[in-house]
Write a protein that binds this ligand. Structure first.
Ligand code: PMP
Length: 287
């Protein structure tokens, strides 16, 4: 692919020239919001849902996005077209904008709206076949009353600290607990368990991002007659589950076969995980 063209506030730039100010509070303080989207067959999957979540994140941090949802949807469409991408990834970023040094968001101007269209490959392909190994980390997910995990903000240090712990332990993904010791989510993915034919996943009250892939998988499971329960789960539930998998825009649906050294179920991807993976792949092409 030739160099990606990046959209910033209505103008297209070559990747090398796509820049924002070092005074931008997105850089200085992680003050901003983002979304990660995927392109399948030239079309952005669940674009409207991602845009809605972006605007909700922005609203939660009192950041006004200087264009309408319709304008942003059109800008994403045209940037995907300009980059001639039929498969790929879109990163939407809205920063608070440049301001004086100091936290006060009122001292900023010109929020930067950025659309990057590129490729992403999160995990090696063999892990999708054989499943991955995850580890519970000591870093708990942000307390919802401190920084709600419902907000997809540019401040991802909580997740990065957990990721560092996972890598240190020889794993590619970390299982994060919440302040109550319940299962929350992974650093960039939601988690699902299967127990006796029932699909289980933490509810939003656990303090997690409301994943768009998560919601798609819940819909698919219900449509396929698989019961779904959202509620509190513990590590015990993970260790004694028949199957486990993660969902995310970048990760899609990936089986987990080991957690904290315990094989999950038979220690290989299970039938419901496989079925939902297949249904998800069909959905992204059909939607
Ligand atoms: N949790 C976190 C913390 C994430 O960053 C992500 C992905 N961005 C997810 C879950 C999965 O969300 P989605 O399916 O919308 O990509």
């Amino acid at each position: 692919m030739s160099s990606p063209k990046v959209w910033i506030n209505g103008k297209l730039f070559d990747k090398a020239d796509a820049k924002v100010s070092v005074y931008d509070h997105g850089l200085l303080y992680g003050d901003g919001v983002f979304e990660g989207l995927r392109i399948y067959g030239g079309k952005v999957f669940r674009l409207r849902e991602h845009i809605d979540r972006l605007y909700e994140s922005a609203r939660a941090i009192k950041l006004e996005i200087p264009l309408s949802k319709e304008e942003l949807i059109a800008a994403v469409g045209s940037t995907v077209q300009v980059n001639a991408k039929s498969q790929g990834y879109v990163r939407l970023v809205v920063t608070r904008g440049a301001g004086s040094l100091g936290l006060d968001p009122r001292k900023t101007s010109d929020p930067q709206v950025i659309i990057i269209v590129d490729d992403i490959s999160l995990y090696p392909p063999e892990l999708y076949e054989h499943g991955m190994d995850i580890v519970t980390v000591a870093t708990i997910r942000n307390h919802p009353d401190a920084l709600s995990p419902r907000i997809k903000s540019l401040n991802y240090l909580n997740n990065i600290l957990a990721k560092i712990e996972a890598i240190q332990a020889g794993c590619l993904e970390a299982l994060m607990l919440n302040h109550k010791g319940e299962i929350a989510e992974c650093t960039g993915d939601n988690i699902f368990l299967v127990k006796r034919g029932v699909l289980k996943t933490p509810s939003l009250e656990a303090g997690i991002l409301e994943g768009i892939t998560r919601n798609s998988v819940i819909e698919l499971a219900r449509a396929a007659g698989i019961p779904v329960v959202e509620g509190p789960l513990t590590r015990h539930d993970v260790y004694t589950a028949d199957e486990c998998f993660l969902t995310g825009t970048a990760a899609e649906v990936i089986p987990v076969v080991k957690c904290d050294g315990r094989p999950i179920g038979l220690g290989k991807p299970g039938p419901i995980t496989r079925q939902l993976r297949e249904r998800f792949h069909a959905l992204v092409l059909a939607d």
